[in-house]
Design a binder for this molecule. Structure first.
Ligand code: PGA
Length: 248
């Protein structure tokens, strides 16, 4: 089963307007066939970036979305609003939202559901903390987080899992090729059991956590690693495009 790899840049709370536009344009120039490339800038720059990359193959993503369509939810942004400006994928359950902003599993599930139901691609982030890995709970943690998605989500092209071990995010300490592949294989097996094998064979599973040009080749060569969710290394166009090239 050949899956088109998907490499996405999560800019987090970085860049200023001019730099965001410049970075987006540089990445857009390198977006070609053979691998899907996306960027998720901060909300306030999405519209300007959308205009800057119009007509290119670069996909525009958002780092978060609220699950209600509209109304009295001060500070929140809906899936409808994101669609309106050309966003096609949205992250749900990023570890920083779970562990820094305190989002619980029920909220992550509602957001993932809203993103999918709104017709966009959900990039659902899962991953264990170091103490959970050290105490042998990795698979259990990942399994519980996968259950935030439902088999009613039937279009495998719009369901992406990002396996991001929390201890590898922003630390410079990536999972080894073997550590990552082991969990990716587990995720695919778990999805096959909950949906079916065909669906599992089509779902892209990204690795995230200190992925950079130097380690991308080994990680992306693993049979169940179908791309990456890149934080720090997505803030420089050359390095980010080098990772994307390694995914082709
Ligand atoms: P990092 O972040 O590449 O800076 O480790 C990855 C992520 O949080 O998506």
């Amino acid at each position: 089963m050949s899956r088109i790899p998907f490499v996405a840049g999560n800019w987090k709370m970085n860049t200023a307007k001019a730099g965001a536009i410049e970075l987006a344009k540089a990445v857009a120039k390198g977006a070609t066939d053979g691998v899907q490339i996306g960027i998720a800038p901060p909300f306030v720059y999405l519209d300007a970036v959308a205009q800057a990359i119009a007509g290119s193959k670069l996909l525009l993503g958002a780092q978060d979305a609220y699950f209600e369509k509209s109304g009295a939810f001060t500070g929140e942004i809906s899936v409808e609003m994101l669609k309106d400006i050309g966003v096609t994928f949205v992250l749900a359950g990023h570890s920083e939202r779970r562990h820094v902003l305190g989002e619980n599993s029920a909220l992550v599930a509602k957001k993932a559901q809203a993103i999918y139901a709104g017709g966009l691609t959900v990039v659902h982030c899962v991953g264990e903390k170091i103490e959970q890995r050290d105490s042998g709970q990795t698979f259990d943690v990942v399994q519980r987080q996968l259950e935030e998605l439902t088999p009613a989500m039937q279009d495998p092209s719009r369901v992406v899992i990002a396996y991001e071990p929390v201890w590898a995010i922003g630390t410079g300490r990536n999972a080894t090729d073997g550590q990552a592949q082991e969990v990716h294989a587990y995720i695919r097996k778990s999805i096959a059991a909950r949906w079916n094998k065909d669906f599992a064979d089509r779902v892209r599973i990204q690795y995230g956590g200190s992925m950079k040009p130097e380690n991308a080749g080994g990680l992306l060569a693993q049979p169940d690693i179908d791309g990456g969710l890149i934080g720090g290394a997505s803030l420089k166009a050359d390095g980010f495009l080098a990772i994307a090239a390694a995914a082709r």
